[in-house]
Design a protein around this ligand. Structure first.
Ligand SMILES: C[S@@+](CC[C@H](N)C(=O)[O-])C[C@H]1O[C@@H](n2cnc3c(N)ncnc32)[C@H](O)[C@@H]1O
Length: 354
């Protein structure tokens, strides 16, 4: 085949941008970790000397970091001062804003220690569990799901489930399976004090984070357990079961779905949120705006966790889409499946009933 110089230049330029993005993840994760975005956002235009005085950090390192951030167009630069636009403040500094995404850099950085283990993973086929990544993985996931779980679950998502708000208000029993740091479980427990909530997670680090978050609250209607110590009940118990980004991650999704089915009351509801994706790779390639990010997460975290046992399913981050969810839940004996109106660019939400 003839060598197309224009095509080579095009690929070369894109690779250059992606190498820059790799460095950007590290440097921006540092900005997040060190509180630099929040400081610049609060302070307004500032130079490296001012930032060093305000933070107590080393001026020369801050100067290079600030220059990088301006070149990456995260910060604005004029007259020797670095500043953040209101839009950049929302994305980098305001954890309560729906567009906050600085946690994404941290989540990528959390996978760096796994790099040296990955060649062996590709040889053996055996992936790394959530806990193999250390506590950084549970923390990264916690921050990325924080907005929806703290701000939208109770006021926007639960009211869409048939009769559920009344039921929870009156006093129901609910399980949040794969609860991670427990933000969703705690938000529901706070909103519905007459109901009781159990958060289940197989990750030691996730359960520890959930216990820490619980200790900061004064709630007495919620507890967190590892299902390896205390399995979910196998008789109809729960009025509501929730899973947020769990099924695609788990090594045995069939077993998980079957145990959710067994633990649900006959008139119970499973609120299932999972990654929005198309049924075929060709469609994801052509149409999914976040496909490269999601396949990246899949190899480094989600598919890896799902393949962390020798016979794991390995669905992958994009592997529990609507078509697969319909098929697997029907096979497990669920008879009703509805895609909820609520959704966001990353997640679909399903109301699934016995
Ligand atoms: C992507 S995280 C989501 C955590 C949390 N739901 C959130 O949205 O922040 C998936 C979680 O599911 C947990 N998990 C995977 N399989 C599980 C299972 N069979 N039972 C309980 N937890 C499970 C993992 O340990 C991990 O904490």
């Amino acid at each position: 085949m003839a060598f197309d110089r224009d095509k080579a230049r095009d690929i070369y330029n894109r690779v250059g941008a992606q190498v820059a993005a790799g460095f950007n993840c590290t440097l921006s994760a540092l900005g997040d970790e060190l509180g630099l975005y929040r400081t610049i956002s609060d302070h307004g235009p500032i130079d490296s000397v001012g930032l060093a005085e305000t933070t107590g950090l080393d001026e020369r390192w801050l100067r290079e970091w600030l220059r990088h951030q301006a070149c990456a167009q995260h910060l604005d630069y004029a007259d020797g001062q670095f500043s953040m636009s209101p839009e950049a403040q929302a994305i980098f500094a305001d954890e309560d804003h729906p567009l906050f995404f600085a946690s994404g850099f941290r989540s990528v950085a959390a996978t760096y220690p796994a790099f040296d283990k990955m060649p062996e993973v590709f040889k053996t086929g055996l992936g790394l569990s959530y806990d193999d990544h250390g506590e950084a993985c549970a923390c990264g996931v916690e921050r990325m799901s924080s907005y929806v779980q703290k701000k939208e679950l109770v006021p926007k998502i639960l009211p869409e489930l048939d009769g559920m708000v009344d039921r929870l208000g009156a006093g129901a029993v609910s399980a949040d399976v794969g609860c991670g740091a427990g933000l969703a479980t705690l938000a529901m427990a706070e909103a519905f004090p007459r109901s009781r909530f159990v958060g289940y997670d197989t990750s030691r680090h996730a359960i520890e984070r959930a216990q820490e978050n619980l200790a900061k609250s004064s709630l007495d209607n919620v507890r967190f357990v590892n299902p390896l110590d205390e399995p979910m009940p196998d008789t109809p118990t729960y009025d509501l079961v929730t899973t947020f980004d769990v099924v695609h991650d788990t090594p045995y999704p069939d077993e998980l779905i079957a145990s959710i089915r067994a633990s649900l009351a006959h008139d119970g509801t499973w609120l299932c949120s999972d990654i929005r994706s198309f049924p075929t790779f060709e469609q994801n390639l052509a149409e999914h705006p976040a496909a490269a990010v999601l396949y990246g997460f899949s190899v480094m975290v989600c598919m890896s966790a799902s393949l962390s046992t020798p016979d794991g399913a390995g669905l992958g981050t994009l592997g529990f889409n609507e078509a697969v969810a319909r098929e697997m839940t029907e096979a497990a004996g669920f008879s009703r499946f509805r895609v909820m109106a609520y959704g966001n660019p990353m997640n679909n939400f399903y109301e699934i009933r016995v």
